[in-house]
Ligand binder design. Structure first.
Ligand code: FPP
Length: 257
């Protein structure tokens, strides 16, 4: 396997399979989510050494509110506990934590805990951990477009809005555990050119060896970004957003199309 430590990857993970992992063991689904937090800890710990600089994980989707109230409440408690108890460890390890998603529907105090975690960990340079909480990719695109204001809407401006917190929003590799093969409204804009990796391993069982396997597969992929390699044209580099034309003019703005 090639050396990965000098990469600068944005990894995104859909941490799926917690419920089935628990049910298969005759345990309540919430036990699966507890085990999922442990899997997240393991992943965060080994990520920097594997060349990952940004890690975005799907902790709670905007559609997860439709789950039974007892499970929603357990997930919110887990998030609360993670933000209270984990942050000191993250700061010590040089990890910056931010959150993406809505904050106005979270239970009392959670939004403040996120703010505090973001503030105290702001100096972390080893890894940027982004928790997607009450997150919807479609809603994030709509909100970013609205925040751009009037005038021509460009890819660059939208990307900048979506990267709130300064991360490079473009995802290099998106892993989904638990056997399903869909995006479930996760990072729809940011994953436009992501390599997708699906594994049957349920999230609570996911460990450093599974992550290494996924990265090995990723490094074996031929990323062309739509170009033809060796054709004389600039090929497999991440396309610079600024090189692209403005794409949308909104009604009444007089912008170019
Ligand atoms: C999907 O598994 C997982 C979730 C909806 C929640 C993910 C949350 C965690 C891993 C723990 C909380 C995170 C933090 C940061 C404290 P599922 O329940 O849909 O599994 P299933 O498909 O087997 O039912």
């Amino acid at each position: 396997m090639e050396s990965q430590a000098d990469c600068d990857l944005h990894l995104a993970i859909i941490m799926d399979g917690n419920g089935r992992w628990a049910t298969a063991r005759g345990l309540p689904r919430t036990t699966g989510h507890h085990a999922g937090v442990e899997a997240l800890r393991r992943t965060v710990e080994c990520a920097p050494d594997l060349g990952i600089s940004t890690l975005t994980v799907y902790a709670f989707s905007a559609d997860n509110w439709r789950r039974p109230a007892i499970e929603v409440s357990a997930l919110m408690s887990l998030l609360r506990r993670y933000l209270r108890e984990e942050v000191a460890r993250l700061v010590e390890a040089g990890i910056r934590l931010t959150a993406i998603g809505r904050r106005d529907r979270l239970p009392d105090g959670l939004s403040e805990l996120i703010d505090r975690a973001e503030t105290v960990s702001a100096g972390g340079a080893k890894l940027h951990l982004r928790l997607a909480i009450d997150y919807s990719g479609r809603d994030a695109i709509l909100a970013a477009a609205a925040a751009c204001g009037p005038g021509p809407l460009t890819r660059e401006a939208l990307s900048r809005r979506l990267s709130a917190g300064g991360a490079n929003p473009d995802v290099d590799l998106l892993i989904r555990t638990g056997g399903e093969q869909r995006l479930s409204d996760f990072l729809l804009w940011e994953a436009a050119y992501a390599e997708l990796y699906f594994t049957d391993v349920p999230w609570p069982d996911f460990g450093p060896d599974d992550l290494r396997r996924a990265l090995h597969a990723f490094h074996g992929r031929d990323r062309r970004f739509g170009a033809v390699p060796n054709s004389g044209a600039p090929a497999a580099a991440r396309p610079a957003e600024a090189d692209r034309p403005a794409v949308v003019a909104r009604a009444g703005t007089g912008g170019r199309t």
